[in-house]
Every structure is written in structure tokens, then in C-alpha cells.
Design a protein around this ligand. Structure first.
Ligand SMILES: NC(=O)c1ccc[n+]([C@@H]2O[C@H](COP(=O)([O-])OP(=O)(O)OC[C@H]3O[C@@H](n4cnc5c(N)ncnc54)[C@H](OP(=O)(O)O)[C@@H]3O)[C@@H](O)[C@H]2O)c1
Length: 272
């Protein structure tokens, strides 16, 4: 495993994404991932699977302190009235008294950042969230939250894969000593069949998915959280630490960018 070392934290660079994995599949999937060596799990209030993630952690042989656990606060809870209660409920479902990272899921247009950040700062002081961060924030919005928060934000989670450049956001994250967590790192499966990734993969005996993930985690300050419902894919995605891409290969993959955004809800901000 490679780690992203940031602000004194050591985050496993490869995590397991759980969006759209529910019920027994989620419990079994997360347990299988932990068995395999994954030590970073990504969930959210909106995924409706925090209880299943918690059950998997409880049933696994891996102790809680060896897992990096991220959850995200959803829209209706991003206000002074609901935030703390909602996080308490999340912790209850997750079967733990802290998360390693608590994120604002989206910069919804109506949310007031000041009170939200105040509440999140309190949660850090109360050790319910060891770190806080954001998701889907633009470079300008990142600057703003860093200014508003007493505690330095650790991460921005954003869509990032070979077909979507995040140059500006990444530059801003680096300027603030923040990790960029790449979501939809496989472009929701679309990296499969890409000729460049396939050709580079054939040099190392690796799949397109493995090349895309390796490209991400080989970048400074970047982690990736692929989702895989199947054991075979989970294993494939985990086996990316026994080879290294050359700088020429890294560049070729950077050049695949074509502004291909997979996650673009109506409430998304104007992106960089
Ligand atoms: N913060 C946010 O707003 C946000 C938004 C989107 C996602 N996320 C997080 O990021 C995680 C990952 O993103 P994602 O689920 O959108 O997409 P993704 O990880 O890019 O792609 C998942 C798709 O790729 C397939 N796949 C996985 N591994 C593969 C492999 N080795 N070979 C071939 N196909 C493979 C999966 O198939 P199977 O499942 O059938 O194996 C699934 O169809 C989410 O689960 C979530 O935790 C966060």
C-alpha cells in the first residue's frame, strides 16, 4: 500500500468506494475488501449503507483503528440545527465513536458555510471527526472554506480519472496541503477498452483499470476510491502496488483528458 501523508495523517492511497452497494452485498463487499487488505472505506449518509459498512467493520478481523473511515454529510443536515445529530446517527450506524474524515458532500447552493464549518470544527474538538473536508468544491470554494475554518481542512473529494483533468483543483489542494480523493476513478467503468491504457497495461501485465488507478495514486497528494461489487474487480483494483508508471506513461495518460464528467447533478457548482 502507498499512503498519502498530509497534515500529519497517513491515508491509504487506495480506498474502497461503496456508492450503490447496499444491504448484504455491502456487508459482504466491505468485509471482503478488508480481508484483502483495503484499509480505507468511503461511505456517505446519502448512500443508505452506513449501517452495513459498520456491520462489516464489526464482523471483520481488522480493528477499527487500522481503518481510515470517511463519511459525508448530506444536504438536509448541512445546517446548525441538524449537523451534529446527523453525525451522531451516522456514528451509531457505523458502530464507532469517530470517523477519520467527515466531508460536506456537495457545495449545495443554499447552504451557509459559516455555521456548518463551526459545527464541524466542534466535532473535531470533540473527537467525533478526526479530520474534516469537502467534496465537489471548486478551487475558489476551497479557498473560502479554508479561510472560514479554524481547523485546516484535510481533503477535497472530486471526480478524477484519465478522461477528466482536475489541474486547477489539484493545484489548489496542494497549495493548502490537502489531499485530493479521486472518486469515479475508473470513469464508472469507461476506462475499460481504452487503447492507450490497454497498451500501457500490456507492458506490465495489468488491466486498464489497474493502469488508471496506478496513474492516480502515483500523483502527489492523490488517493482513489474505486467501487467494485465483484470480488474479482476488488482484487484487480488492489493489485497496483507492484509496478510503477514512467513519467512518459504518466504524461500520455494525462493527455487522455476530454472533459468527460460522469457525475453532474443539477445542484453541482460551475466547475473549474
Ligand atoms: N463525493 C461524491 O459526490 C461521489 C460521487 C461519486 C462517487 N463517489 C465515491 O467514489 C466511489 C467510486 O466511484 P463510482 O462508483 O462512481 O465509479 P468507479 O469506481 O469509477 O467505477 C465503478 C464501476 O467500475 C466497475 N469496475 C470496478 N473495478 C473494475 C475493474 N477492475 N475492471 C472493470 N470494471 C471495474 C464496477 O463494476 P462492478 O461494481 O460490477 O464490479 C462499476 O461498474 C463511489 O463508490 C463513492 O464511494 C463519491
Amino acid at each position: 500500500m502507498k499512503y498519502v501523508e498530509m497534515q500529519g495523517e497517513k491515508v491509504p492511497a487506495l480506498g474502497f468506494g461503496t456508492w450503490q452497494i447496499k444491504g448484504r452485498n455491502c456487508v459482504e463487499g466491505v468485509k471482503d475488501a478488508l480481508d484483502m487488505g483495503y484499509r480505507h472505506i468511503d461511505t456517505a449518509q446519502a448512500y443508505g449503507n452506513e449501517a452495513e459498512v459498520g456491520k462489516a467493520i464489526a464482523e471483520s478481523d481488522v480493528s477499527r483503528e487500522n481503518i481510515w473511515l470517511t463519511t459525508k454529510v448530506w444536504r438536509d443536515n448541512l445546517n446548525r440545527e441538524n449537523l451534529k445529530d446527523s453525525v451522531e446517527k451516522s456514528l451509531e450506524k457505523l458502530g464507532t465513536n469517530y470517523v477519520d474524515l467527515l466531508l460536506i458532500h456537495w457545495p449545495f447552493p443554499e447552504i451557509e458555510l459559516e455555521p456548518v464549518l463551526e459545527e464541524m470544527n466542534d466535532l473535531v474538538e470533540e473527537n467525533q471527526a478526526f479530520n474534516i473536508g469537502v467534496s465537489n468544491f471548486t478551487a475558489e470554494q476551497i479557498e473560502r472554506v479554508q479561510e472560514l475554518s479554524r481547523v485546516k481542512l484535510l481533503a477535497n473529494q472530486a471526480e478524477y480519472h484519465p478522461f477528466l483533468s482536475q489541474e486547477k483543483v489539484l493545484e489548489t489542494c496542494r497549495a493548502h496541503d490537502m489531499m485530493l480523493t479521486a472518486y469515479s476513478p475508473l470513469a464508472r467503468g469507461d476506462v475499460i477498452g481504452n487503447e492507450t491504457l490497454e497498451e500501457i497495461g500490456s507492458r506490465y501485465g495489468k488491466t486498464e483499470a489497474q493502469i488508471a488507478l496506478r496513474w492516480l495514486v502515483q500523483q502527489e497528494g492523490v488517493s482513489a476510491i474505486p467501487k467494485a461489487a465483484s470480488h474479482v474487480h476488488r482484487e484487480d483494483n488492489f493489485n497496483i502496488f507492484d509496478f510503477e508508471l514512467t513519467s512518459e506513461e504518466m504524461e500520455r495518460i494525462h493527455n487522455l483528458t476530454r472533459g468527460d464528467r460522469k457525475v453532474n447533478p443539477s445542484f453541482a457548482p460551475d466547475r473549474d
